[in-house]
Design a binder for this molecule. Structure first.
Ligand code: GAP
Length: 545
């Protein structure tokens, strides 16, 4: 699948637009158009329903984007959520020093090359590699070039550790000048703002870089106000912001994006089991929603990739046209987050398992929990196993990355009725429009009948009405929008009050009584089989003319 084709279809059909396009766009920000917003909403709704409302053990929450700055100290985002960046003093370009690719060009020996270095070096990654090549050509005639892939980490050591003299050898990939890159400095990825009228340090706030911390900060509130008992989860869907240095690959890495995060709190003894459960369940979720190809993968982190507090993490990855990349991470986070917030806020965030205590205390001959604590005085966790900081399993997904993966997986080009078509084969649950209603021709009372059916369907589903142009062309437009079913009022409809249903993927057609259209569509959307799915039939000509 060609990424450029998908991006252009998304623009042309109103799925995704560059943000502020009339002003030339803004790097790392995207807008969802009428079809895109429905698609993303359906993904988030499916996640919400499957993760929260269809279960007994997960509740939802919606936290503010701006939180107390101490939250980000506790979470480690103020101290650690940063990348080492090197700036070009000349052109003001900015590069990630730990990910810079080492690009070497050998210049041909000619008269003009006498005074020039024989070999020149650049730093760069992604597009910078091509720009570097153009700049190298300006400096001299290229004899050979070694690009990209050799990172300094593997060859000469990290850029950050090179001595000053070595750094002067390198050229800026963007402007081509030598020795212009600064010492790398840590650049925090959080967007800053100020709450209140005075823009000073005391009023500094951050746009949240993840939704998870709102959940941890509200753990006690939820336990105290709802009947949640461990094991249980708190989930949130919402915007997050990261000042990514290199936003790229369409909506894959942007600076404003949406996350769908679940923090599942459990007893430390059960954490491994719950980790295994969510790792499997989340992977299956993508398969159930149409990512059936081997492009979907589940990759367990190697021990040296794990954060110090994590005993296991797995990434759900998708083979996008630009490479295999993460859609969602499932992390066993231990009690790290609640422990940090307990320490920074000074509030007790432990959980007391009253049921277990009530069950066990008679056998211990105790009447109060104070007695139990006294008995264990001096122990590392005197209240254990009744009072403890729960362990957390965190499945953390990106709504935009999921949208992109569903788009990539759905995109197909095939041939119908001798014509090439582009079709988005979305799972019906995710499809922005569930069905389109068409009068075959714009006469003989067909438009009126079709509109009446459309109005009835519209009360239940997001459906679309289209009476303009050849029927084949109207089908094609809906195929491209990913609409799973077409409903056509034709000549026969006027005599026997039936309509033709058409399936987007197989192009099969079958008749349904007009009065039963709502139920028929509901059945189809719920995955019931297409009537006569075995028999080959295309009754209404698919030609676009
Ligand atoms: N609370 C854990 C957390 O935020 P993460 O791996 O940094 O973990 C989780 O982010 C998910 O959020 C990623 O798997 C990805 O789907 C999405 N995500 C992260 N950064 C993103 C970005 N710049 N653009 C789009 N999605 C992003």
């Amino acid at each position: 699948m060609d990424m450029d084709k998908l991006v252009s279809l998304c623009k042309r059909r109103g799925f995704i637009f560059p943000s502020s396009e009339i002003y030339g766009g803004i790097n790392g920000f995207w807008d969802y158009g009428p079809l895109g917003v429905e698609l993303k909403r359906n993904i988030k709704d499916a996640w919400w329903r499957d993760t929260i409302t269809s279960r007994d053990d997960v509740v939802g929450i919606d936290c503010s984007i701006i939180m107390h700055p101490k939250v980000w100290e506790a979470s480690g985002h103020i101290g650690g959520f940063s990348d080492p960046m090197a700036d070009c003093r000349e052109c003001k370009g900015r590069f990630r020093a730990d990910q810079l690719t080492y690009i070497r060009f050998d210049l041909a020996k000619d008269d003009s090359a006498e005074t020039k270095p024989k070999t020149i070096y650049f730093f760069g990654s992604g597009n910078a590699v091509e720009v570097a090549e153009q700049n190298a050509k300006k400096i001299g005639k290229l004899q050979s070039s070694i690009k990209p892939g050799e990172t300094l980490n593997r060859t000469d050591g990290d850029y950050t550790t090179l001595d000053t003299e070595a750094k002067t050898l390198f050229h800026c990939p963007t402007c081509g000048k030598a020795g212009t890159l600064t010492e790398p400095r840590n650049f925090n990825l959080m967007f800053e703002s100020h709450a209140g009228a005075i823009a000073d340090e005391a009023n500094k706030v951050y746009l949240r870089p993840e939704t998870a911390q709102g959940i941890f900060a509200n753990f006690k509130n939820v336990v105290d106000t709802s009947r949640t008992k461990i094991p249980f989860g708190i989930a949130q869907v919402g915007k997050s912001f990261r000042n990514e240095i290199n936003p790229r690959n369409f909506i894959f890495r942007s600076r404003e994006f949406e996350q769908m995060e679940l923090e599942f709190f459990c007893h430390p003894d059960q954490a491994a089991e719950w980790y295994a459960y969510w790792r499997k369940a989340r992977f299956q979720w993508y398969i159930d929603h149409g990512i059936r190809s081997d492009k979907l993968r589940l990759r367990d982190h190697d021990p040296d990739e794990l954060a110090f507090y994590s005993t296991a993490t797995a990434d759900i990855e998708y083979a996008f046209p630009f490479g295999i990349s993460e859609l969602e991470g499932i992390a066993h986070r231990g009690d790290y987050d609640l422990g940090q917030h307990q320490q920074f806020s000074g509030k007790d965030l432990s959980y007391f398992d009253e049921e277990r205590w009530e069950r066990d205390k008679p056998a211990m001959g105790m009447t109060s929990f104070k007695e139990y604590l006294k008995k264990n005085e001096g122990a590392e966790k005197p209240g254990y196993p009744y009072q403890y900081l729960p362990h957390v399993i965190e499945p953390s997904a990106g709504a935009d990355r999921a949208t992109l993966a569903f788009l990539c997986e759905a995109y197909q080009e095939d041939e119908v009725g001798g014509e090439l078509r582009t079709v988005l084969k979305f799972h019906p649950r995710l499809a922005p429009i569930k069905a389109a209603v068409f009068p075959l021709v714009k006469k003989d009372g067909m438009p009126e009948k079709a509109e009446a059916i459309y109005r009835e369907l519209k009360r239940h589903f997001n459906v679309f009405f289209d009476e303009k142009g050849a029927i084949g062309r109207r089908y094609r437009r809906q195929d491209e929008a990913g609409t799973p079913f077409g409903i056509t009022v034709d000549g026969q409809s006027l005599t026997d009050d039936t309509v033709t249903f058409r399936d987007r993927d197989s192009c099969k057609q079958w008749r349904v009584p007009a009065a039963g259209a709502v139920q028929a569509l509901r059945d189809l959307l719920e995955g019931k089989p297409i009537p006569g799915a075995e028999s080959p039939a295309t009754e209404i000509e698919e030609s676009s003319n």
